[in-house]
Design a protein around this ligand. Structure first.
Ligand SMILES: CC(C)(COP(=O)(O)OP(=O)(O)OC[C@H]1O[C@@H](n2cnc3c(N)ncnc32)[C@H](O)[C@@H]1OP(=O)(O)O)[C@@H](O)C(=O)NCCC(=O)NCCSC(=O)CC(=O)O
Length: 287
């Protein structure tokens, strides 16, 4: 008899029919409760996928150590194009809800209360966003097969975001409106940049710097919101839509991302004049 935790990790279940039904449902009368239940029922899959991901990524990195990198020009471009298009579309579809809540309910209420964030068209796109976090793990497989540098920031971010996404959605707090909307917006820029890079199009160094800056800004906003919610809930006793487990994980996640991205910014653009790959584009252009 194996340990109950080992048994839980080996018991892989995925309701493909339900997944496809929800993923292709569209926003009209999107079944919010079924959508939340899907992630609650499949939480273990995030842990199982994360373990498999670590084994596959580091196994492939080791396997590739004495081999030539794959080019993967066509599949990587298709991949980045799909993720860029998805992020742009999701931003467009989620913009009306975000700004209507912001203007009609006010800034503080927009992160304190969920309102209809997980319902209708917005709910459908929020649900797809959570699903996309599982597929984004594929990014790293491309990195290791192409023998690009694999940063701790990258694989830590991909694992923790997936776990947070599927853990939080069944009890979605009001502040997920910001986490999700800001992230699709930032990813619209980020995957468009990755698409241009994988198309071997030269992108000026300041574009990468701009994207890292908006990534950092998104984590500063998230951390500030979480700090204010802690004050509202614990000091002023305001009944925000809020789950303590989700709140703790969000605080841990956003704080660590902020630290890692500040470190990335410093190493890429400031320390010793920044990484050569960002400098070279600008230098070549100015010559
Ligand atoms: C400007 C950035 C967006 C990307 O910076 P870099 O391009 O320098 O990243 P890097 O040093 O890891 O280099 C990775 C190399 O692989 C290429 N590449 C192409 N497609 C890719 C893809 N889908 N995912 C990851 N890398 C990809 C890049 O163009 C680059 O090639 P080349 O060297 O030829 O240019 C930066 O701000 C950033 O996020 N860096 C952290 C690395 C990372 O993995 N980020 C994504 C997950 S974090 C995230 O998503 C945060 C968030 O939620 O907002």
């Amino acid at each position: 008899m194996s340990h109950p935790i080992v048994q839980r990790l080996l018991d892989v279940k995925f309701n493909t029919k339900k997944f496809l039904e929800l993923a292709t449902h569209g926003g009209k009368n999107f079944p919010d409760n079924e959508g939340r239940k899907f992630y609650a029922d499949h939480f273990d899959l995030t842990l199982q996928a994360s373990i498999l991901y670590v084994v596959v990524v580091f196994g492939t990195k080791w396997f590739m150590r004495n081999r030539q990198p794959f080019s993967l020009f066509v599949p990587l471009n298709i991949w980045n194009f799909i993720l860029a298009a998805f992020s742009i579309l999701a931003t467009i579809r989620m913009t009306p809800e975000f700004f209507s809540v912001l203007t009609n309910k006010g800034v503080v209420n927009s992160y304190c209360y969920l309102y209809d964030f997980t319902k209708g068209d917005n709910g459908y796109w929020a649900w797809l966003f959570m699903a996309s976090k599982l597929f984004e793990l594929v990014d790293t497989v491309f990195l290791v097969l192409r023998k690009r540098p694999l940063m701790f920031l990258h694989w830590y971010h991909h694992i923790l975001t997936l776990i947070y996404a599927w853990y939080s959605h069944p009890n979605s707090p009001g502040f997920n409106r910001y986490g999700i909307y800001l992230n699709v917006l930032v990813h619209a820029f980020m995957y468009s940049y990755y698409f241009l890079r994988s198309m071997k199009i030269r992108v000026p160094g300041f574009v990468a710097q701009f994207i890292t800056s908006i990534q950092i800004l998104q984590f500063i906003i998230s951390c500030s919101i979480l700090a204010h919610i802690a004050f509202l809930v614990h000091v002023q006793n305001v009944p925000c839509d809020f789950d303590s487990g989700v709140f703790k994980l969000a605080t841990f996640m956003d704080t660590t991302y902020l630290i890692l991205f500040l470190n990335f910014f410093f190493k890429s653009y400031i320390y010793k004049g920044g990484k050569a790959k960002y400098r070279s584009v600008e230098t070549k252009k100015s010559q």
